[in-house]
Design a protein around this ligand. Structure first.
Ligand SMILES: Cc1cc2nc3c(=O)[nH]c(=O)nc-3n(C[C@H](O)[C@H](O)[C@H](O)COP(=O)(O)OP(=O)(O)OC[C@H]3O[C@@H](n4cnc5c(N)ncnc54)[C@H](O)[C@@H]3O)c2cc1C
Length: 520
């Protein structure tokens, strides 16, 4: 039966209780919920029968502000989610797979970024030391297994920029507790079975097995890869990116550290293999390791052998449990907000986890919905249009950035790598940027929108980490001297930090035992 479309937007229903659902519900509730007149009532429906995906354990630095803004403490995150600090990613074997093939994409911007053209100065030099090592201390701090902050640094503060590694399931539990007990989110544990629609095609309510119809004005689809509302109910198609980024499968394992006091990595280690690549995320109590691969280029049995060989080479025991297999269709929905339904998280789309951008997109989506929340249904189409435009742009930037890692590789041993370099598989936008970067460094002019997902500095770390060789104009002598002074500063700061920062594992143990000074 149809009912009338309401005008005021007051009731928000989130379908799905994975990381996307809880982060979105908490983000909205922390600022738009409460008891005041006009406050939003937020209900989250989570099936008791469908587990959340349980992977997604590396974040960007943006997660610090997100968690702080919803009122969580970093101490709780470390204690309850087996969390550690992530200072960036290390890429092993991506260029040619031979000895010494590794580089970092650190989270901290190059020293003096925007003021001094360090990239040009580095390109003019002998390039004996990697770009990232010359422009900031973070690669060396990661190599030394040091933390990005001290025991006296407050909650969410950093000496270096950082995000997190954590246990995704435990994060979901922490967010759920916080959102329901502190932020007033109503939690309905029930299986969604059907949509009840208004005559105009809007969703009026979600019908559940035990709790009947849950009515709402805005519905946020966080139902995971199934995309129950946007994909299945509305039939909004997935725009496939399989022709650009081939990976559509993953095998994931959790393994113990080689010993309980083993150094704790503070970067995600992404290692290239003949067919795909592995992630390695170090949590205080275990490591989460997985292989990402393309089912069109290798079969599951061969992929499993690759993963096991990688574990053996890393001195790790795979344990009894078989790796968990995950399948996904790389791509994103043609529209992300349709009528009174917006998708956040895997229901909106997913491209392989290289560079761990999925949770960052969840944070950006939730913040956009919070900031642009339409007061009335009549305003929703405009907000939806703006959301669709902003996020289509962000997806395309993510695709360019991930593809860059493959396009610049010189690995030759398999079609997987050769095909990734074929021009027909490369987005025009990326090819245009690479043409520009043959004669100059990636700059802010290339990526000028507010809250670009990857800033120009990130592109610099990848293009020079992958030894892309541009022919740049020589810097004037005085600018070269300024850059030289910057490089010297970096060396001094690095030496100082190597002596001053605690071991990453020691800091985690300290936080578990004593906490951290509160945020300023
Ligand atoms: C191999 C792999 C590695 C990844 N690594 C990273 C990473 O390092 N960093 C990163 O940022 N992201 C990563 N991601 C992505 C990340 O896992 C997701 O973006 C994140 O976990 C959010 O998932 P979700 O909440 O959208 O979906 P899910 O976790 O799948 O949650 C779906 C929710 O919907 C509910 N649901 C489903 N059906 C129903 C129903 N009928 N009724 C009611 N509820 C229902 C389920 O109960 C569940 O609560 C990775 C993904 C993969 C596949």
């Amino acid at each position: 039966m149809n009912s009338e479309v309401t005008t005021a937007v007051r009731r928000v229903v989130v379908l799905g209780g994975g990381s996307a659902g809880w982060l979105t519900a908490a983000t909205l509730a922390a600022e738009l919920g409460g008891d005041e007149p006009g406050a939003l009532q937020i209900t989250l429906i989570e099936s008791p029968d469908v587990p959340s995906i349980g992977v997604g354990e590396g974040t960007w630095p943006t997660m610090r502000a997100t968690l702080q803004r919803i009122g969580l403490s970093e101490v709780d995150l470390v204690r309850e989610c087996d969390a550690a600090f992530k200072q960036g990613s290390r890429f092993d074997g991506w260029l040619h797979g031979g000895a010494g093939d590794r580089y970092y994409h650190p989270f901290t911007l190059p020293h003096g970024f925007g003021d001094v053209d360090l990239a040009r100065a580095w390109l003019q030099g002998d390039r004996e030391r990697p770009y990232a090592d010359c422009v900031g201390p973070q690669p060396q701090l990661c190599d030394a297994h040091l933390a990005p902050k001290q025991t006296t640094t407050p909650d969410f503060g950093g000496v270096m920029n950082y995000g997190y590694h954590f246990d995704a399931v435990k994060l979901g539990q922490l967010l759920q507790r916080h959102a329901t007990t502190k932020l007033g989110v109503r939690h309905v544990v029930d299986h969604f079975a059907a949509v009840r629609s208004h005559q105009n095609g809007d969703i009026a309510a979600l019908t559940t097995r035990q709790h009947g119809d849950i009515e709402g004005d805005l519905f946020i689809d966080c139902s995971g890869l199934a995309s129950l509302l946007l994909g299945q109910h509305y039939g909004v198609a997935l725009r496939s990116e399989k022709g650009v980024l081939f990976n559509d499968s993953a095998l994931a394992v959790q393994v113990p550290h080689a010993d309980a006091q083993a150094p704790l990595a503070s970067a995600t280690i992404s290692t290239a293999h003949a067919q795909g690549w592995t992630w390695d995320i170090g949590l205080p109590s275990r490591r989460g390791i997985g292989l990402v691969y393309s089912s069109s280029h290798t079969d599951d049995a061969a992929a499993e052998r690759t993963l096991l060989e990688h574990l053996q080479r890393s001195g790790l025991s795979p344990g009894e449990a078989a790796p968990r297999r995950l399948r996904f269709s790389p791509g994103y929905r043609e529209q992300l907000w349709h009528r009174n339904c917006v998708a956040v998280g895997l229901s909106a789309g997913f491209i392989e986890p290289l560079e761990a951008s999925a949770l960052a997109l969840v944070e950006l989506s939730a913040a956009f919905i919070r900031d642009e929340m339409p007061a009335e249904r009549a305003d929703m189409a405009l907000v939806a249009k703006r959301f669709n435009e902003a996020f289509a742009y962000r997806w395309s930037r993510i695709i360019d950035f991930l593809k860059l890692h493959y396009v610049l590789s010189r690995r030759e041993e398999a079609d997987y790598w050769r095909e990734h370099r074929e021009p027909a598989t490369q987005p025009d936008s990326l090819r245009e940027l690479l043409q520009l970067w043959r004669h100059r460094a990636p700059s802010r002019n290339d990526l000028y929108r507010i809250e670009e997902v990857f800033p120009a500095a990130s592109y610099q770390y990848i293009v020079y980490g992958m030894q892309f060789e541009p022919a740049v104009r020589a810097l004037r002598a005085d600018r070269l001297a300024a850059a030289g002074a910057c490089f010297k500063d970096v060396k001094t700061i690095t030496r100082r930090l190597l002596g001053a920062l605690p071991r990453h594992r020691d800091l985690i143990q300290h936080i578990c035992a004593h906490g951290m000074p509160p945020a300023a």
